[in-house]
Write a protein that binds this ligand. Structure first.
Ligand code: AGP
Length: 615
């Protein structure tokens, strides 16, 4: 969703801002803008649509300056218009904002009464006026407090979430920032410094970063950074070296990021299981220093997540109950956060989020903690993001930056992280004999190779995709641990190709969805050789008997043949318990090639954003 970049340097920062905004495009946005402090004037350009349109306008107007801020906006309060786009300006104070201000109506009324005129429908404009209000003395005269003090006062009057970068024409030597509930980091350069909501926005300039904490404010000049805690006192925040590389943000030889990310999975899985391979064993130390304290004597597991991450949790439920012998529930975070849950302090709360920023998942975690559930573990792909920081334990998947809105490598790496958690819980409970542990480690070691074999099926799957492209609907079926893979396949297809797709446990077909089946309804079946294969075959007969066309993904070990109306693609030999991971690859490829054939915007599907930081 929204993105922030800011820079102060001896050079012209406009190219830095534009490049940063382009690198934030993947998050999803509908308008973009920059403001620069040029002499003692603030100049601003905003456009709806793509960053390139705003870039052209900035070029035409000759924008160049050593200090500036930029923003990509995903509309929440107020429509997609230039007036609603950021930066917002109040009397020479310009700011960009991520998040939502909950008391904006009350503040708007108060500021209007003080004489401020509003030109937008946004909650953000309120902050600009509020900061300007605090720049004045009690008698309304200027100069009053400086920009840092004014921002610090203003944010105390805001309810809600914000990451802010603020500049003022009267203080052309600094950017002031503030963070509460939305990520914000500072990039450190040589006599130049940066502000960003996401490290990818500044990685072309520096990988040295400081992550602001909740309630922090900061002053960023060319020569340094001063950070202040919630109480206004100076604090030191550790410097990190980000491992996000420029290569991971560039397409290389691929046509889309989604295609690149699908093909990166053998590497991503290999990196994510590296720690297990290095130790040659499962154990709590894989989850952090104090993990044993959190994981020992756990009585049950509650998984909270959204979208694809929720489906990863749904696979894990089968593993955790059957392998670790622990009761496990999986719930969509946006539901859990608003219901009355029964607390159990010995329950492990597992949040799963690729971005680590998803608001519903974050709020579900906060709600669980408010119930006294303090055994919290986050599985996340973005180090230092909000959700792992709010959790006692964090397990980072090492998928690398995922740019395509459709989650692919993040999902399969979440699955190996969840499998590692399952085996660790089983071991702590004395349910993992040595030979079984060795077998699991071996299966993980061979996983990247099996995934590569599945990727080699791309030409066959592309041929299927041509047949899916003209369809309006599709049904996905699976059973047991492969049912969530059917769900994930249906989500991928609808998300990027806009074909309506539903997934069902195959046994549920006769309880309703069978009524949809006719010659126009392609039915995709995930049917590996597991204990439910014969049951799935019966369900497929039910489809064939109604004239439905079957597209079956099975593995080499099943004795499954093609016949009229039954098309089969074979994944590699059955890989046992990790089979759902291997069977994810063909459904990803099917969605990708179907979308390609339909000519949709694969990496930026309509109406969707990469990081869903609003309700
Ligand atoms: C996946 O393809 C989706 N774009 C979406 O469902 C996503 O998984 C969901 O929004 C959760 O995101 P998170 O993993 O970053 O929390």
């Amino acid at each position: 969703m929204c993105g922030i970049v800011g820079a102060i340097a001896d050079r012209d920062v406009v190219p830095v801002l534009i490049e940063g905004l382009k690198r934030l495009e993947y998050r999803g946005y509908d308008s973009a803008g920059i403001a620069v402090v040029d002499g003692n004037e603030v100049r601003r350009v905003r456009r709806t649509g793509r960053v390139t349109e705003m870039e052209a306008a900035a070029g035409a107007e000759g924008f160049a300056a050593g200090l500036g801020i930029g923003h990509t906006r995903w509309a929440t309060h107020g429509g997609v218009t230039e007036l609603n786009a950021h930066p917002h300006i109040s009397h020479g104070v310009a700011l960009v904002h991520n998040g939502i201000i909950e008391n904006h109506e009350e503040q708007r009324a108060r500021l209007s009464a003080l004489g401020y005129a509003f030109e937008s429908q946004t909650d953000t404009e309120v902050i600009a006026h509020l900061i300007h209000h605090h720049l004045k003395n009690g008698d309304g005269s200027e100069p009053g407090p400086d920009l840092l003090a004014a921002v610090q006062r203003a944010v105390k009057e805001l309810d809600g979430a914000y990451a802010l970068a603020v500049v003022s024409r009267k203080e052309p030597e600094r950017i002031v920032c503030a963070r509460m509930g939305c990520p914000l980091l500072i990039g450190l350069g040589e006599r130049e410094n940066f502000v960003a909501s996401d490290v990818s926005a500044i990685v072309q300039a520096t990988r040295r970063v400081i992550f602001l904490e909740e309630g922090d404010t900061a002053e960023v000049t060319r020569d340094g950074v001063r950070v202040f805690g919630d109480d206004g006192a100076r604090v030191e925040r550790e410097e990190h070296l980000s491992d996000v590389s420029l290569a991971s943000l560039e397409l290389g030889p691929y046509r889309h990021f989604m295609q690149k990310e699908i093909h990166e999975q053998p590497r991503a899985l290999g990196d994510t299981i590296e720690a297990v391979m290095d130790t040659g064993a499962f154990g709590p130390t894989l989850f952090g220093a104090n993990a044993e304290e959190v994981l020992a004597d756990v009585e049950s597991v509650q998984i909270l997540a959204c979208g694809t991450s929720y489906y990863a949790g749904s696979v894990a439920r089968y593993w955790i109950e059957s392998i670790a012998g622990l009761p496990c529930s999986v719930e969509i975070a946006s539901e859990y956060r608003y219901r009355t849950a029964v607390a159990n302090p010995n329950q492990l709360i597992v949040t799963i989020s690729q971005s680590g920023e998803t608001l519903d998942t974050m709020e579900a975690l906060k709600y669980a903690k408010s119930l006294g559930q303090m055994r919290t573990l986050s599985i996340c792909n973005v180090p230092e993001s909000a959700i792992p920081r709010a959790s006692r334990l964090a397990y980072y998947t090492r998928a690398g930056a995922e740019i395509g809105v459709a989650s692919t490598k993040a999902f399969t790496t979440q699955l190996v992280a969840l499998f590692t958690l399952t085996a660790t819980l089983a071991k702590l409970r004395g349910r993992l004999p040595e030979d079984q542990e060795a077998g699991y480690i071996d299966a993980l070691r061979h996983l990247p190779g099996s995934v590569q074999h599945a990727l080699n099926l791309e030409p066959q799957i592309t041929a299927w995709a041509e047949r899916f492209a003209p369809r309006q609907h599709a049904l996905f079926l699976g059973r047991g641990v492969h049912y969530p893979i059917a769900l994930e396949g249906a989500l991928k297809l609808k998300e990027i190709s806009y074909i309506h797709a539903e997934a069902y446990p195959a046994g549920e077909l006769k309880h309703g969805p069978l009524a949809l089946v006719d010659a126009d309804m392609p039915v995709v079946v995930i049917a590996p050789k597991d204990s439910l294969l014969e049951k799935v075959k019966s369900n497929m007969q039910e489809v064939r008997a109604r004239g439905g066309e079957l597209f079956v993904f099975t593995d080499q070990d099943s004795n499954f043949g093609e016949s009229e109306g039954v098309h089969v693609i074979r994944t590699p030999r059955h890989v046992g318990v990790l089979s759902p991971i291997v069977h994810t690859i063909p459904v990803q490829l099917l969605a990708y090639h179907t979308a390609l054939a339909r000519g949709t915007d694969v990496d930026k599907p309509r109406n969707l954003a990469k990081s869903v930081t609003v309700e």
